[in-house]
Design a binder for this molecule. Structure first.
Ligand code: AMP
Ligand code: MG
Length: 348
């Protein structure tokens, strides 16, 4: 299949044409990769039974790992799922935005989308291209990240092209994604919620609306993610890993620096801040931005892991930040990129 690559220009008329032809592909049961504020999504109709299997095939994703359904307005969920008062309280604060809520599904959503579950994950993306495509096509859109399964999610259209060229009908290039990590996924309870996947909407932010916010054990203790009967099936799979070996160290700054220096062999990189870059003279520095800037680090992480492969690094050393609110999503992805192995060294 020939994959069309179309660039958003900012010219209203040209961009409208792009949205119209993408909507046509969606309505015909085809696939379009689209920019969202989190990462690029691989979009297909959530109402056409045949679309979801095409998404799983293009990604090489196991079909029991359900897809998130994207809607234009919070009330569009009524057609797809049984909403609750808490859904609307959260929607008021976080929709559109990087929050996905799991609700009991209605029959209209094909089981191919939900991996056979009786629940459906709902998100309302803030990105104007995603929003317009949903509105113009008239279809809610099932969209996982637009990468080949197992490797880092795409935050730029070129990443999608590397993974999906010849596999899907169209890629829309809308520039770099703002957030760079996937949405926060929560399961709703009566007055509270459980975080199944951390993202830019943090536990602290959710607790402004929910009486209780619990973080699923599998988020914090990755080693058990593979063992427990996963509440969110996606958590049990190998994820976000580049070909380079990611060596994750839990240590203070000096101990980390010592460890990297003592183990420096071959062509290796270090994920570090601009502030600490000069400490690692023998390494390719993969810069996360300013020290302590969780948002910038999150935005850059997947791109840096892909860069590591482009320049054929054998190893990438990374230091594990404290597991506090803003770094939780970053840590969650980094730990999985490292195959859930953490080397714990003493902290001075
Ligand atoms: P991705 O499509 O790559 O952004 O991943 C979607 C995430 O949402 C995966 O971790 C899925 O397991 C999770 N997810 C989607 N639908 C459901 C659902 N109905 N119940 C639990 N988790 C879900
Ligand atoms: Mg994904």
């Amino acid at each position: 299949m020939k994959t069309e690559f179309l660039k958003i220009t900012g010219n209203a008329e040209e961009d409208r044409e792009i949205i119209l032809s993408a909507a046509k592909v969606i309505k015909n049961g085809g696939l379009v990769a689209i920019p969202t504020e989190t990462v690029y999504g691989l979009a297909g109709s959530a109402l056409i039974r045949e679309s979801a299997p095409k998404i799983f095939a293009a990604k090489g994703r196991p079909s029991d790992n359900p897809l998130i359904v994207h809607i234009a307005e919070p009330s569009d969920a009524e057609r797809l799922a049984y909403t609750t008062p808490l859904y609307y309280s959260l929607a008021e604060k976080f929709m559109p935005g990087p929050l996905t809520m799991i609700l009991k599904k209605k029959d209209i959503v094909p089981s191919t989308v939900t991996g056979g579950l009786d629940t459906v994950a709902i998100r309302c993306p803030a990105h104007p291209i995603a929003h317009e495509l949903i509105k113009v096509s008239g279809h809610p859109i099932a969209a996982p990240s637009a990468n080949r399964s197992g490797i880092p999610s795409p935050t730029r259209a070129e990443h999608v092209l590397e993974d999906m060229d010849g596999r899907i009908e169209m890629i829309i290039d809308g520039g770099e994604c703002d957030i760079g990590l996937e949405s926060t996924v929560i399961k709703l309870e009566e007055n509270g919620c459980i975080i199944l996947r951390p993202g830019a909407v943090t536990a602290e932010m959710l607790s402004e609306v929910c009486e209780s916010v619990t973080i699923s054990k599998a988020v914090i203790e990755p080693a058990i993610a593979a063992e427990i009967k996963a509440e969110s099936p996606g958590m049990k799979y190998r994820h976000y890993a580049p070909s380079a070996e990611v060596i994750l160290i839990d240590a203070d700054d000096n101990t980390f620096e010592d460890y990297v220096r003592r183990n420096s062999d071959g062509k290796y990189g270090v994920l570090t801040s601009d502030d600490d870059a000069q400490k690692f003279s023998g390494a390719v520095v993969l810069s996360l931005g300013k020290k302590g800037d969780a948002r910038e680090a999150s935005k850059r992480l997947f791109n840096l892991l892909r860069q590591a492969d482009e320049i054929h690094l054998e190893k990438v050393y990374a230091q594990l930040p404290e597991q506090d609110g803003e770094y939780l999503a970053y840590n969650n992805r980094l730990i999985r990129a490292a195959g859930c192995k953490i080397i714990k060294l003493g902290k001075k």
